[in-house]
Ligand binder design. Structure first.
Ligand code: PEP
Length: 254
């Protein structure tokens, strides 16, 4: 059985003082939640300036941390970029790649997302590869074709071992930050499709890889989503900024 994974995506939110309170509340709230034999794993992906704070506060706790993007380059004259080696110096476990906000606002292609996933893997971090369709694409019946092509572009760049080391997040664009989530059945159908695409390349990895759902997951809808056989966790935006909401989702994943 795959253990559940709950990851917060803080996006461009936070402050040193606010983070200190939020992280302390989450750590305190986890006592008594992460006690059984198959605890949900959890992590927060934060703006890069706060990685050091996460390392200081979260080391030795059950919460891992990570970044929200990574450069395709290793070093050099790329103003504003942060490379995988730098992120690994802060002991990041995860790097989100291909979030729909990066695809939309920074024109990131699926090929670029694949290069970012590779860059993270090469430094020992786990890329959380985001895929998702727009409302227009869903209404045109293109969901599987769109998310499948986004995922295939990444899988094509990876050998069978590397395929086994990624996490996938299905995030319908129309559900992100809108309060409108996919129904458990809708999400399950897409997750099963994504798993079948991974199975074409590595059948064993397909059974082990975590496929997270993201898009307005909240404490009150998390349990139903997480009960689906192919939904292995959540990538959480807005609800990750409130300790009680984030903890509520972690509890729902137990
Ligand atoms: C996200 O941006 O990854 C996300 C899932 O956001 P929200 O939970 O706010 O919809």
């Amino acid at each position: 059985m795959r253990a559940k994974l709950i990851v917060g995506n803080w996006k461009m939110n936070g402050s040193r003082a606010g983070n200190a309170t939020l992280l302390a509340d989450i750590v305190a709230g986890l006592t008594g939640v992460i006690t059984d034999q198959a605890p949900p794993a959890c992590a927060v992906c934060v703006p890069s300036p706060y990685l050091q704070q996460c390392e200081e506060v979260l080391s030795g706790t059950p919460i891992a941390w990570g970044a929200q993007d990574v450069s395709v380059h290793c070093f050099g004259a790329f103003t504003g970029e942060v490379c995988a080696k730098m992120l690994s110096e802060f002991d990041c476990r995860y790097v989100i790649v291909g979030h729909s906000e990066r695809r939309a606002y920074h024109m990131e292609s699926s090929e670029m997302v694949a290069s970012k996933a590779l860059a993270a893997l090469q430094e020992g971090m786990t890329p959380i590869v985001c895929v998702g369709e727009t409302l227009e694409e869903r209404e045109a019946g293109q969901t599987e074709a769109v998310v499948g092509a986004q995922l295939d572009a990444v899988l094509e760049q990876l050998d069978a071992d590397a395929v086994a080391r990624i996490v996938v997040a299905y995030e319908p664009v129309w559900a992100i930050g809108t309060g409108r989530n996919a129904t458990p059945e809708m999400a399950q159908a897409v997750h099963a499709h994504l798993r079948s695409r991974i199975a074409v390349r590595n059948g064993e990895a397909a059974q082990r890889i975590a496929i997270l759902y993201g898009g307005s997951m909240k404490p009150d809808n998390a349990a139903a989503l997480l009960a689906q056989p192919d939904i292995d966790g959540g990538l959480i935006g807005g609800a990750a900024l409130k300790a009680q909401d984030f903890l509520g989702i972690i509890r729902a994943a137990k």
